[in-house]
Design a binder for this molecule. Sequence first.
Ligand SMILES: Nc1ncnc2c1ncn2[C@@H]1O[C@H](COP(=O)(O)OP(=O)(O)OP(=O)(O)O)[C@@H](O)[C@H]1O
Length: 249
Amino acid sequence: MLVINNLHASVEGQEILRGINLTVQAGEVHAIMGPNGSGKSTLASILAGKPGYTVTAGDVNFNGQDLLSLAPEERAAAGLFLAFQYPVEIPGVSNTNFLKTAVNQIRKHRGQEPLDAVEFLKILKEKARLVNIDKELLHRTLNEGFSGGEKKRNEILQMAMLSPSLSILDETDSGLDIDALKTVAFGINQLKTPDNATIVITHYQRLLDFIVPDFVHVLYKGKIVKSGFKELAKELEAKGYDWLKETTV
Ligand SMILES: Nc1ncnc2c1ncn2[C@@H]1O[C@H](COP(=O)(O)OP(=O)(O)OP(=O)(O)O)[C@@H](O)[C@H]1O
C-alpha cells in the first residue's frame, strides 16, 4: 500500500529526514516512536502534502501512485488521512457541514455522486455510534471550544466518515485522559479492516496497549534506526532511547 524509499527532506535548508525506508501493507498497524525532534511529524506532514518541506531525494508509492506528485486534496481522494497533533478550529463552520463537504469532495474526486442530506446524516449517525462519539459534538462549530479529548475523538469521526485506506495519526494520545484514550483507541480499532492500514506516531507505550501494532519503528535523527514488534515499544518505555543512540552514532 505504502512504500517509502530513501526519503530525504529538509525544512528551511536544514536536512530533517535522512533516508527513510518504510513499507506498510494493507491490514497492518505500524507505530513510529522516537525522541523529540527526530522527524516524526515532519514525515507525517510530507506524506500528507503540507507545504514548507523540500523533498531532496527518494520517492513514495501509495497504492501504485507517485504520492509526492499529488496535491494534498488528491492524496486525500486517493485514500490518505492525516490526524493532526493539534486539530484546527474553524469558527463559523459546523462540524456536520464540514464533514459533509469533506466527504462529498472526496466522492467527487472519485467520480461518485455526492451524498444528499438524508443519506449523509444516516451514515454520520451510524459512524458516530460506531466510534462512540457524542451526537452533541456533531452540531457544534468545528473544534471551537472542543476540549483536547473532544478534538481527538472528532478526528476519529472524520476518519470514520472518510474511510481512508491509510490513516496517519500524529500523537493522537497527547493530552488525553485514560477514558478518552480508550475511546479513541476503540474507534481506531473499530475502523480497522484487512484493506486499510494505520500509522500511529506516539511517545507512549500505553496507547499501544489499546491499539496493538504489528510493527514498531524508532525514528532517530531522521532515520529509522530500529524496527521490531510490539515488544520493542515496551523495551523503549523501560530503557529510553540512549541505548539506540549508542548503536547509531
Ligand atoms: N517548519 C519548520 N521550520 C523549522 N524547523 C522545523 C520545521 N518543522 C520541523 N522543524 C525541525 O525539524 C526537526 C524535526 O521536527 P519534528 O516535529 O518532525 O519532530 P518530532 O519527531 O515530531 O518531534 P516531537 O516528538 O517533539 O513532536 C526539529 O528539529 C524541528 O525543529
